[in-house]
Write a protein that binds this ligand. Structure first.
Ligand code: AMP
Length: 219
């Protein structure tokens, strides 16, 4: 089963993608994570992407299409994958269609996680993640069970994203509504769009996604 997770920044795409990937034995392919890794490793892609990401703008279509196409062809993705944060422009969606067709693959469901803007801003402001295993937490909504200790791996180091500041978040929301929201009618027309209410508790959203996927069946 191959999925796309869509939604504005802070909707919970990454958190939910991790849970659904574990439940259905899929690989999570987050372009944001791949780009952040490239920045950390100081690769050419990372050097090109850093300032664009810090400003809240989109990295060029060519870069993200190349990194995604490379991954979906690999054996680790043979049981299926979740594209988390890709495609984000119509051009990326068209390129993805071509890449999938060339590999004889298709997308089974596009899961749209819908959240109001005020809630998005509150969520982004408080989020942090484990520096070791990348598990996602929030100061208010999702704290580790033991203060400063990761529930998943026991790690003691946490970090916050450099683009989770008010200025970059305002740009990220504007860019999302301008460039990514137009993908919704595109996937609606393909009858693959499943919209869930991302305002609910994390566990409830996970259940909604599972129900939406199961209700529509999959390959
Ligand atoms: P995310 O972790 O999904 O919020 O992505 C963080 C940042 O990475 C975005 O604000 C963009 O700068 C960049 N990025 C991630 N995915 C894409 C994409 N599909 N197209 C363009 N830029 C992207």
């Amino acid at each position: 089963m191959n999925l796309i997770f869509m939604g504005p920044p802070g909707a919970g795409k990454g958190t939910q993608a991790k849970r659904i990937a574990a439940a259905y034995d899929l690989v999570q392919l987050s372009t944001g994570d791949m780009l952040r890794r490239a920045v950390e490793e100081g690769t050419e892609v990372g050097r090109q992407a850093k300032s664009v990401m810090d400003a809240g703008e989109y990295v060029s279509d060519d870069i993200v299409v190349a990194i995604v196409s490379e991954r979906i062809g690999q054996p680790e993705c043979s049981k299926g994958f979740i594209l988390d944060g890709f495609p984000r422009t119509l051009n990326q969606a068209h390129s993805l269609d071509k890449v999938l067709a060339s590999k004889g693959l298709e997308i089974d469901h596009v899961v749209m996680i819908r959240v109001d803007d005020e809630k998005l801003i509150a969520r982004i402001a408080g989020r942090f993640s484990c520096s070791t295993c990348d598990a996602a937490y929030h100061d208010q909504f999702n704290r580790p069970k033991h203060k400063n200790v990761c529930d998943i791996c026991g790690g003691l180091q946490f970090s916050r994203r450099s683009d989770d500041n008010a200025e970059a978040v305002a740009v990220r929301l504007e860019v999302y509504y301008g460039q990514t929201a137009p993908l919704l009618p595109y996937y609606e027309a393909q009858k693959s769009l499943r919209t869930v209410d991302g305002m609910a508790d994390i566990d409830v959203v996970t259940e909604q996604i599972k129900s939406a996927i199961n209700a529509h069946g999959s390959d």
